[in-house]
Design a protein around this ligand. Sequence first.
Ligand code: NAP
Length: 290
Amino acid sequence: MGVNVLVTGANGQLGRSIKKQENQWPNFRFIYTDSKTLDITNQNAVETFFKKNSIAYCINCAAYTAVDQAEKDQDQAFKINALGPKHLALACKASNAVLIHISTDFVFDGCKTSPYTENDTPKPINVYGRTKLQGENFIVQTTEQYIIIRTSWLYSEYGHNFMKTMLRLSKTRSEISVVNDQVGSPTYAGDLATAILKIMDSKTIQYGLYHYSNTGETSWYGFAKTIFKFAGIDVKLSPITSVQYPTLAKRPKYSVLKNDKLLEQFNIKAPRWESSLKKTLGGLTEHNQG
Ligand SMILES: NC(=O)c1ccc[n+]([C@@H]2O[C@H](COP(=O)([O-])OP(=O)(O)OC[C@H]3O[C@@H](n4cnc5c(N)ncnc54)[C@H](OP(=O)(O)O)[C@@H]3O)[C@@H](O)[C@H]2O)c1
């Protein structure tokens, strides 16, 4: 049977990536909830859910992830990214459950030129990053049994993400321009899901804050170029600057995360971003053919 694992926001990229691998983890009995079945901004609902179900772990995959929209919708972003995690942390503490929460490279301002460690001071430059940092802080202030994992540039076969946007645009456009002055690490949500489940499966959990992303770094332009190369798509791709592509939210120029702590504590090694991307695109092609 295994212990109960609550997955919140389970219809998003990460939630669906966890569901895809659930059969490989017989020690866990997954309970999936979405924004309709468990709204994490509703403290009563969260409390009641934990009282009714015996939860050993909660993986919080729920978030307000629309980075530009968050600039106009600060209250809602704060509720979902900051108050939601607080409610889950309170409920986990009351049930002696472990909270696994996902945060973001966007808690950093991007002024560094070498990978960010867990000891670097966050300084978000947009609403999304600020509300995600507030969520981290609430958790740290509320419970001791937490794992916060900051990740970056998530993509997968599910939902909305940069890889799928590029594949879609290439069907209707012969020319695509992509920013070349923001550097980070594209991360396959399936790899992050595996890392989370390995942490939960480890004999002793060292609680705390960790960074996890696929290794290596590139710009959004470099990411797009590699997507088209691996997918065998011929499209004219042009590098542009962030100034040429203004967005509501500012984004860090550099937000590569250093994964060493996770490797040392849990012996979890992240794949290179190119190799995960190649596999994901290969899977998509097989799926489309099948
Ligand atoms: N995507 C990225 O590039 C990226 C980068 C760094 C870090 N992260 C972090 O990684 C985690 C997973 O991201 P993701 O890409 O899997 O996100 P996602 O695909 O946008 O999924 C988020 C899910 O949260 C749900 N949700 C929203 N409000 C909710 C509420 N009040 N109660 C319950 N569920 C709610 C959404 O459901 P509805 O659709 O019904 O609203 C959606 O299914 C997030 O914490 C995110 O901040 C993401």
